[in-house]
Write a new protein. Structure first.
Length: 154
């Protein structure tokens, strides 16, 4: 998934969390910022897929019937892998529901395995984009609106 699309999703989810009705979200701001109509459409499609197939995005309240959310504290060696703003961005994606605990751990593990250090926000966006594109095969009960590069159409 393109990093620009993730930025659009983040903007849309932030607006939703601020209780802006979807029909009142100003997508012209995105166009003015240089995003294309296809990028905006892909981000909206992704959000609609998540909502349609039951994956919560942008929870606005603490769960009352289950355990409270916890936050991942990085070990000293893990802290060296991320610049503070990059890890903050990763936590922001987790907080709004764009990624879950398992996906957060996957990003940390991939950075560790690849022996990456001092990742910046752009590099984290790239890792998240790859992760979300891969999870398209498993999400939504096998149904997707977009094809991956390895998909075959008969």
């Amino acid at each position: 998934m393109n990093e620009r699309i993730i930025d659009i999703i983040l903007y849309l989810v932030t607006q939703i969390r601020q209780e802006t009705p979807i029909e009142l979200i100003d997508v012209n701001r995105l166009s003015d910022a240089g995003y294309t109509a296809s990028e905006i459409g892909a981000a909206c499609s992704w959000l609609v897929d998540r909502a349609t197939f039951g994956t919560a995005v942008a929870p606005t309240a603490e769960p009352t019937d289950g355990p409270r959310r916890t936050y991942r504290v990085l070990h000293e060696s893990e802290r060296r892998m991320f610049r503070p703003e990059a890890y903050g961005y990763l936590l922001q994606l987790f907080e709004i529901g764009l990624i879950d605990v398992g996906e957060l751990e996957t990003v940390i593990n991939r950075a560790q395995i690849a022996n990456l250090y001092a990742l910046d926000t752009y590099e984290v966006k790239t890792l998240i984009g790859m992760l979300l594109a891969e999870s398209g095969d498993l999400s939504f009960g096998g149904s997707r609106l977009m094809l991956n590069s390895h998909d075959v159409v008969h």
